[in-house]
Ligand binder design. Structure first.
Ligand SMILES: Cc1cc2nc3c(=O)[nH]c(=O)nc-3n(C[C@H](O)[C@H](O)[C@H](O)COP(=O)(O)OP(=O)(O)OC[C@H]3O[C@@H](n4cnc5c(N)ncnc54)[C@H](O)[C@@H]3O)c2cc1C
Ligand code: SF4
Length: 410
């Protein structure tokens, strides 16, 4: 069968395309290298999801190469060797299954970084080809369809909105949030309620959040989290126009004599298969999308597909940030409420989103430390005689040795 549209990957980039085109009557096929987990398949098994990475490939089988600058020279090492893992969700819905669902909009100036703040030496800063105003109606649509819960709290550089409020009321909050509000009010800072792509009330086949306490890094068993799978792909299957092929690892895009992509070559159950379509969308996350385009080189496209600009695989930036932690005085908090697990803190301070006319800043998001037992524990430490280190010795040696994937959940 030849499909109208073939989408490689099924995550946050793929979902909206599949949702719209299948509803518009196009025959759409999604090729996903991983499996189809449904709500009933998501457990809160911290060892399986955070330590043993059961939804991502083993690094000995599928690794990435990382180049670091060492004494003026670029040195390449594999993630198999380094133990650093850049995979984060190879199942239907991709990483969006495991997100925390913090859903801020960009600011109009974020679309014009170069013209607002000027170039940066050694970086390749560019303005977007579209403006915030072009995207605004789609932000509103995504908030409605994916399901964003929140309350608009105007802040210093409030972005314009066509909808005065989020479509769903805010999710339930920890009493700590009120303390943050009080402190911010005293300092004259806006305490913004963090918008969450989490249903605070049931909608259609999606249940409301039940505050499971295992949100970020875990799949959602209620359907409340607005993953590409729960919010976009599962509902689109009902159109009868969407086919999701799991276990299909696309290795090459094949072009015809005119240079148009005609088929995706996949590894499926140890065999090579080709899936034909009129139009192809590559949404396999930044690194795997670049890899696929480079691997699809041909005589006509020696630098890889869709790479006339020479920019494929360049300018990649992951979320940059730092973590500051502090202690709260329990005197100020009702103990019973404080120890109610699972509720969200949901506060963001955005007063320093721009530091001045010339400098882009960022925002501060608040969370309580993860309550999950395993992320608080340390790997076993050995003393110099290779005996298990105990007590202070173990604690001292283990400081800072948290698994890279262990992170706060709310
Ligand atoms: C723990 C965690 C918390 C996060 N929290 C937030 C948050 O609060 N807010 C937020 O906005 N974002 C958050 N994110 C980030 C967000 O989930 C990602 O930015 C987003 O999902 C990326 O979308 P994508 O479509 O590019 O990739 P993905 O969603 O990762 O989807 C890519 C899909 O492509 C598949 N694939 C890859 N290669 C191939 C191939 N060759 N053939 C077939 N299939 C392939 C993968 O298996 C995967 O399913 C979080 C991510 C994680 C992991
Ligand atoms: S906290 Fe709510 S949205 Fe998050 S995984 Fe649990 S039920 Fe789903």
């Amino acid at each position: 069968m030849k499909y109208d549209v073939c989408i490689v990957g099924s995550g946050a980039g793929a979902g909206p395309v599949a949702y719209e085109l299948s509803r518009a009557g196009k025959k759409v096929v999604v090729l996903e290298k991983g499996a189809f987990y449904h709500e009933k398949d998501f457990s809160k098994d911290e060892i399986a999801f955070c330590r043993r990475s059961i939804v991502t490939p083993h690094l000995s089988e599928e690794y990435h190469m990382i180049e670091d600058l060492e004494e003026g020279k670029w040195v390449a090492r594999s993630t198999r060797e380094l133990g650093r893992d850049f995979w984060n969700g190879n199942i239907v819905g991709g990483s969006s299954n495991f997100m925390s669902g913090f859903f801020h909009r960009l600011h109009p100036k974020d679309f014009r970084l170069k013209s607002t703040f000027g170039p940066i030496d050694g970086a390749n800063v560019a303005d977007w080809p579209i403006r915030y105003e072009d995207l605004e109606p789609y932000y509103a649509k995504v908030e409605r369809i994916v399901g964003v819960s929140g309350k608009v709290v105007p802040w210093k550089y409030q972005e314009p909105r066509s909808t005065p409020e989020f479509p769903y009321p805010p999710t339930a909050e920890q009493p700590v949030s009120a303390l943050i509000d009080k402190a911010c009010a005293a300092l004259g800072i806006a305490s913004v309620k963090t918008p969450r792509a989490i249903m605070s009330v049931p909608q259609g086949e999606r249940s409301a959040c039940y505050y499971s306490n295992y949100c970020g890094s875990y799949g959602c068993s209620s359907g409340a989290k607005g993953s590409s799978r729960a919010a976009l792909l599962q509902p689109s299957l009902k159109s009868g126009n969407l086919t999701i092929k799991t276990g299909h690892h696309v290795t090459h895009l094949l072009t015809d004599a005119k240079g148009h992509v005609r088929a995706a070559k996949c590894q499926y159950e140890g065999k090579e298969v080709e899936i034909e379509a009129t139009l192809f969308v590559v949404a396999a996350q930044a690194m795997e999308t670049s890899r696929l385009l480079f691997n699809s080189r041909s005589r006509r496209f020696p630098d890889g597909l869709a790479n006339n600009s020479g920019q494929v695989g360049k300018n990649m930036l992951f979320s940059g940030g730092g973590v500051v932690s502090g202690d709260l005085d329990e005197k100020n908090l009702p103990k019973k409420a404080l120890f109610t697990e699972g509720l969200f803190v949901n506060r963001t301070i955005k007063d320093w989103y721009f530091l001045d006319e010339k400098t882009k800043g960022g925002y501060q998001r608040s969370a309580l430390g993860a309550c999950q037992p395993d992320s608080q524990s340390q790997p076993q430490q050995m003393d110099p005689e290779r005996h298990a280190a105990m007590g202070d010795q173990a604690a001292g040696e283990a400081a800072g040795a948290l698994h890279p994937k262990a992170q706060p959940s709310v």
